[in-house]
Design a binder for this molecule. Structure first.
Ligand code: UDP
Ligand code: MG
Length: 330
């Protein structure tokens, strides 16, 4: 690795993770020893209700490479990452989970590909998801395939997560995106630049429990899909055309039957089927439109993605120095 000085910010969103933080910092120190003086660790406290904040503040006292962005409440992992990315100053930024499911040792390989081979984005690809349940593997795989089939502009590499190294210019591009609906995996992939994947086996959570249940994941998947594809809207034109075509044929059959065979009155069952089926199809398509209108509503309101209660540690000190210098200049 070249010794030219560069800095790397690890952006670590934390939500009720008091038991994981110290282990995380220790493991980073051990496994990323060659990068020791070039690392900054930016914890984003996403409205934890346990002692997460206190644990990070203690770490700041011990270690001046640690900073804390304290959000005003729980805004979700995507918002927490957005806040971290906006504040991180490193020449490269790496979003990382605090539970050590993103193996720190891999960062050395990320950095090598970034510095020596000139990649702007180096993302981890989970080859072995044995730590996940069979159900999660199946649904996650299905989601990536469906997403990539219906999203024309952005393809997410299958089994890539948020764990990745991004060059400063990629981070700047992401920071400029104005949307409130922040499906980060999609935004990362959207930015493009020169990218490469590095395979790794995803270990189990080191401590604590997962913060995502299936309902949260389902909503997360919908957010991703509806923010990156208008296919669910357009598909109804085709369904409509198909149904209209079939209806027209059926109409011809009925008219011919009346002309040549005469009127027959039974038809309750078929009528009921058609009414119920079409009613269902129409409600479904209105529901899909609702999904988009709801998201437009969210964007139009222009509320910020996150609110910061305070910034502590290195970054807060840097801010103070910057404003003093501005005073001097004035
Ligand atoms: N997280 C967060 N806000 C939330 C939920 C999760 O900041 O509302 C953080 C969490 O503390 C962890 C990371 O996001 O550092 C990944 O969460 P988790 O390990 O629970 O997800 P999983 O690995 O089970 O998908
Ligand atoms: Mg995890």
């Amino acid at each position: 690795m070249s010794n030219q000085l560069f800095t790397i910010s690890l952006v670590v969103p934390v939500y009720n993770e008091e038991e994981s933080i110290d282990t995380f910092i220790e493991t980073i120190d051990k496994e990323l020893a060659p990068l020791r003086d070039q690392l900054q660790i930016v914890f984003v406290n996403d409205g934890s209700r346990d002692k997460t904040r206190e644990v990070v503040e203690k770490a700041i006292e011990r270690d001046n490479r640690v900073s804390l962005i304290n959000l005003a409440r729980n805004f979700g992992k995507e918002a927490a990452m957005t806040a971290g990315l906006a504040h991180a100053r490193g020449d490269a930024v790496i979003p990382m989970d605090v539970d050590l499911q993103d193996p720190p040792a891999l960062v050395l390989e990320f950095v090598r590909l970034w510095r020596e081979e000139g990649y702007d984005t180096v993302y981890g690809v989970r080859t072995d998801r044995n730590a996940d349940t069979a159900m999660k593997r199946l649904t996650a795989g299905g989601f990536y395939r469906f997403f990539n089939a219906v999203s024309t502009t952005t393809k997410i590499p299958e089994n890539a997560g948020d764990f990745r190294l991004m060059d400063r210019r990629v981070v700047e591009a992401i920071n400029q995106l104005p949307e409130r609906n922040r499906f980060m995996k999609g935004l990362f992939a959207w930015a493009g630049f020169r990218s490469i994947g590095v395979p790794y086996a995803r270990p189990e959570r080191a401590a604590g429990t997962t913060k995502f249940n299936y309902w949260k994941l389902w909503n997360f998947a919908l957010d991703g899909l509806f923010s990156f594809s208008s296919w669910p809207l357009r598909v109804w034109s085709y369904v409509g055309a198909g149904v209209a075509g079939i209806s027209f044929l059926y109409m011809l059959i009925i008219i011919l039957k009346v002309l040549f065979v005469g009127v027959d009155s039974p038809g309750y069952a078929s009528l009921m089927c058609v009414i119920l089926f079409l009613g269902g199809v129409q409600l479904l398509s209105i529901g899909i439109m609702g999904e988009y209108i709801g998201r437009m509503f969210l964007e139009v309101k222009q509320r910020p993605v996150f609110l910061i209660e305070g910034v502590y540690g290195q970054y807060a000190q840097q801010k103070a120095v910057e404003s003093k210098e501005e005073d001097k200049q004035a």
